[in-house]
Write a protein that binds this ligand. Sequence first.
Ligand code: A2P
Length: 276
Amino acid sequence: MPQTDAIRDERVRALADGSAMPTLGLGVWQVPNGDECENAVRWALELGYRHIDTAQAYGNEESVGRALRDSGVPREEVFLTTKFYPARDDPAAEAELSLRRLGVDQVDLYIIHWPQRGPTWAWPGMEEAQRRGYARSIGVSNFRVDELEQVIAVADSAPVVNQVQFSPFEYRRALLQACVERHVVLEAYSPLGTGRHLSHRTVTEIAQRVGRTPAQVLLRWCVQRGTVVIPKSTHRERIEENGQIFDFALSDADMASLDRLDRTGGTNKARERKWW
Ligand code: A2P
């Protein structure tokens, strides 16, 4: 797809390094390696998803790779992300192991899972992974604004993505703004609040009024806020439902009502507490 079209199409986000990534992906956090993961990924690909998000820490790269092969969808049509587990020391060596588990020659995106031991030490290794062709694009996850700035300051090849917890309830407005200004695409994980946000009254009321489901409303909010979004589900009908978010739009008034659900005070932080 020519890049100018990619930029105009809300189904695709242009990355600062010249690549592009599908706005919607399937996340497989907390899905065990094995049938459950393989089914979810295979269904997603059957239903038209072209973006899968895994991580070394999830322990399910083998299943993601197997489902990708079994799906029959050509490798080059699927955007595949994995994440460097930062308790390890060598991002390039770990990327090579990921490729073997996934059974692919390259991932489309390789990101530092969280800034353990500081934001910058792993970056030269991430760039090395890119130089060796293990990853087409490189980025970060769970980085707040100052951590992102530190990486950019030392980078030859700047991060093009920051994947963070993001939803109307975690509307990290200052972080989003900083990412936009630095040409970093914000990727929203846990967009449904791992399921908790689906039953909030504001969300269910909007959903009922516009004739959509609460999940579709929450995901559509992310699309209209300009992010990439990676809902997780292991149920085929939910994976399908979550994919139907490009054929309607939320009004400015509904977007504003959802914005007001933010509980972070529009923070520039990527997370409320450390887990490492
Ligand atoms: P399941 O995997 O059993 O389908 P998040 O993406 O914010 O992490 O949310 C994932 C959680 O939300 C999972 O528990 C998932 O359950 C559930 N979920 C995902 N999509 C839907 C949906 N369309 N309707 C209801 N629950 C959903």
